[in-house]
Design a protein around this ligand. Structure first.
Ligand SMILES: O=C(CO)[C@@H](O)[C@H](O)[C@H](O)[C@H](O)COP(=O)(O)O
Ligand SMILES: [Zn+2]
Length: 190
């Protein structure tokens, strides 16, 4: 029997081989995110667990840099402020930890990248609802069948797989591609 690594590698490679079908969807999403930044808006990111790591990773590609030296771009992750998370989680509910930040920080013309492998995390769903109320564009970076978030987001990229870890591996590939597309669209890529 193959080692666990070889099993995971085979599963990963099989998934990667199917992702070309997302090309147009990813290109559209990249244009929309670039439009937000070009218009003076900011991009917020949120997610739980591994997707929280993805959210802060991708936000930092904007404020820091992705490939080339360039001016900082407006990106922030909503899952990194432990005071906000514990205050909102403690005083309201964990379901509200992102939504209240979106309501407080989000302005019309901003964007929210909502990352969830199941598409069903309640705090991410509430964040998207709050974004809609604030006139914030929402992109879902989702997995499985897209879950409830697929219906709630303005645009979505769904990695159609049943294993959370494989979806996360695909999400970071997609996320890096979105960062590259943003740099290209804004003319800041070399
Ligand atoms: O990283 C992993 C599993 O690979 C976990 O931490 C995982 O992200 C957590 O269970 C999340 O709470 C799952 O949330 P979601 O992706 O379904 O929105
Ligand atoms: Zn993980």
């Amino acid at each position: 029997m193959a080692s666990l690594f070889l099993q995971n590698l085979a599963e990963h490679q099989a998934l990667m081989a199917t992702l070309g079908t997302l090309d147009d969807t990813i290109a559209d999403a990249g244009r929309k995110l670039a439009d937000v930044l070009r218009g003076g808006g900011k991009l917020m990111f949120c997610g739980n667990g591994g997707s929280a790591a993805d959210a802060q990773h991708l936000a930092s590609e904007l404020t820091g840099r992705f490939i080339n030296d360039r001016k900082p771009l407006a990106g922030l992750a909503l899952n990194t402020d432990s005071s906000a998370l514990t205050c909102i989680g403690n005083d309201y509910s964990f379901d509200d930890v992102f939504a209240r930040q979106v309501s407080g920080l989000g302005r019309a013309g901003d964007g929210l990248v909502a990352i969830s492998t199941s598409g069903n995390s309640r705090n991410v769903l509430r964040a998207v609802a709050a974004a809609r109320e604030a006139g914030v564009f929402t992109l879902g970076l989702l997995g499985r069948d897209g879950g409830a978030l697929l219906r709630e987001c303005d645009a979505a990229i769904v990695v159609p797989h049943g294993v959370t870890a494989r979806i996360q591996e695909a999400h970071i590939l997609v996320g890096h591609t979105l960062c590259g597309l943003i740099e290209r669209e804004l003319g800041v890529a070399g």
